[in-house]
Design a protein around this ligand. Structure first.
Ligand code: ADP
Ligand code: MG
Length: 499
């Protein structure tokens, strides 16, 4: 391998981290993969190699699961109080903030997103979620239950940690996805084998160091970097893992479900989306236009809840398209570490080809490219914010998740909310949606009719730690974050005492 590329603006601390040998975290020790293999990780803003990472596979997953099992059954994690557990998670949040700049630089370098997003939104958001879940550690309760069986009984439920959990995460928000998984698992007292996406292992590894620094005992969090078909598949199928949490494509979600059937481990899934943005004629354009622009182009469209299908009433359709195109044209696109960048690259050559392939399919099927539709520059994987009009529900660009900066726009000419909702719900997915209107009654009526795990009225997204997130239909199983997210990591036990 050539010497890894060091971006001139990464700063000494991120540079020092990058220069390390990147190993697996198993049982509190940093170890190379058993096979001795490594793989390269890239800066999508330049396409250049930035580090070599240990390539874990099934043999390493076995060791990590054994370490997690030991830490669960006989480690101090089981005997410390919920309050102590909460304090350690809180300390981890403090450490994240103290190292915010370095972690944000690593996130941006590996994922491509603008530094301002990594530093000012993602790192604080992750610290918030760790703290939110740290607070729950002392508030995990059951219920007392009056039972009617003849005799005298005292009956109650307790919530216990589900056990050893495998967590497989994607590359679109590497630190956030690790946090969504780890925070509730730690709060409930589970132990973890985490597999970051092969495209973006860096911040999860840095987080692993901070987990140690926070005093979380050895073996509680194990991190196995590697590929999906090897390390990921080994986690999904492992007979000694009690639960697997997955975020990624619906295609792989299905594979995980099959693999989990072997020992019937619990499964939670956060999968694809094709979320509608529904704009009524009375919508405040000064809110709806930037809202819809953000909904699709944030993180270069690589967001599972992205508002990728626009439905605007005929009366405001042109205004919406002109407005979004104008705003999209002003988005400053560039390397995430450049001062001016508001939108970075997509994650990889593969992803760029995939997204451009969809744009071509749309064109071939009769869609009009109203904005963008092309790659930008020759280095890195930049795609111009793209709007496709003259689209219809039969087109693959409208039906399938593109996971890139491509908006499919359609209009409606109707006042019937049922019919509008039917169009919006015409998708195998049900992750999110938004409704733009100044009529509060229409807003709520539509919110009731949208079959999705999150619906915004005059806003598309909110990633607050307290708000459950997840999908209806083929967008997933279960809800992450919030109180609901905690329950993914507990088992309920009924205890009956005969008096
Ligand atoms: P994408 O194709 O956009 O990278 P994936 O759903 O394939 O999204 O990847 C999400 C996560 O799932 C990654 O961590 C990846 O390594 C993992 N993964 C991919 N294939 C499998 C598989 N067969 N079994 C388990 N995990 C997998
Ligand atoms: Mg894949």
């Amino acid at each position: 391998m050539n010497k890894p590329y060091i971006h001139p603006k990464i700063g000494p601390r991120a540079a020092a981290f990058l220069a390390k040998e990147h190993k697996l975290l198993i049982g509190g020790k940093w170890v190379p993969a058993r096979s001795g293999k490594t793989f390269e990780t890239f800066d999508p803003g330049t396409g250049r190699v930035i580090a070599k990472i240990a390539e874990g596979d099934a043999a390493d997953v076995d060791l990590a699961v054994a370490a997690a099992r030991r830490a669960f059954e006989s480690g101090p994690w089981r005997t410390i109080t919920p309050s102590e557990r909460g304090k350690m998670i809180w300390r981890l949040a403090d450490l994240l903030e103290q190292n915010a700049e370095e972690i944000a630089v690593l996130e941006t370098l590996n994922n491509g997103k603008p530094l301002a997003t990594s530093r000012d939104r993602d790192v604080p958001g992750c610290a918030d979620l760790f703290r939110y879940m740290a607070g729950w550690a002392t508030k995990i309760t059951g219920e007392t239950i009056s039972i009617s069986t003849p005799g005298q009984f005292h009956a109650f439920t307790v919530r216990e940690p589900v056990g050893v959990v495998g967590q497989i995460i994607p590359w679109n928000g590497p630190l956030a996805m690790a946090t969504w998984k780890l925070a509730p698992a730690l709060a409930t007292g589970c132990t973890v084998v985490l597999k970051p996406a092969e495209q973006t292992p860096l911040t999860a590894l840095r987080l692993g160091e901070l987990i140690q620094e926070a005093g979380i005992p050895d073996g509680v969090v194990n991190i196995v970097t590697g590929f999906g078909a090897t390390a990921g598949a080994a986690i999904a199928a492992h007979p000694d893992i009690d639960k697997v949490g997955f975020t990624g494509s619906s295609e792989v979600g299905r594979i995980i479900v099959h693999a989990a059937a072997g020992n019937l481990k619990k499964v939670s899934l956060e999968l694809g989306g094709k979320s509608p943005v529904i704009v009524f004629p009375d919508a405040d354009m000064s809110v709806a236009v930037p809202g819809a622009t953000q909904a699709i182009f944030a993180n270069s469209g690589q967001v599972c809840t992205a508002g990728s299908r626009l439905f605007a009433h005929k009366k405001v359709f042109d205004k919406m398209i002109d407005g979004i195109a104008q705003q999209a044209g002003k988005i400053r696109i560039g390397h995430g570490l450049s001062d001016e960048a508001q939108m970075g690259p997509v994650i990889s050559q593969t992803q760029m080809d995939r997204v451009m392939g969809y744009v071509d399919q749309g064109r071939a099927a009769g869609a009009t490219v109203a904005a963008g539709g092309k790659r930008i520059g020759g280095e890195g994987y930049f795609i111009a914010p793209t709007i496709l009009t003259d689209t219809n529900p039969e087109m693959s660009v409208v039906r399938e998740e593109i996971f890139g900066p491509v908006l499919c726009a359609m209009s409606f000419d109707d006042d019937d909310l049922e019919r509008i909702a039917k169009q919006a719900n015409d998708s195998i997915y049900g992750l999110a949606g938004s409704i733009w209107t100044q009529n509060i009654s229409i807003g709520h009526k539509m919110a009731q009719r949208i079959r999705a795990g999150r619906v915004g009225i005059n806003t598309h997204g909110n990633v607050d730690a307290a708000l459950p997130t997840g999908g209806y239909k083929q967008s997933g199983w279960g809800r992450e974050k919030g109180h609901e997210g905690l329950h993914l990591y507990t088992e309920v036990k009924s205890v009956i005492v005969s008096l």
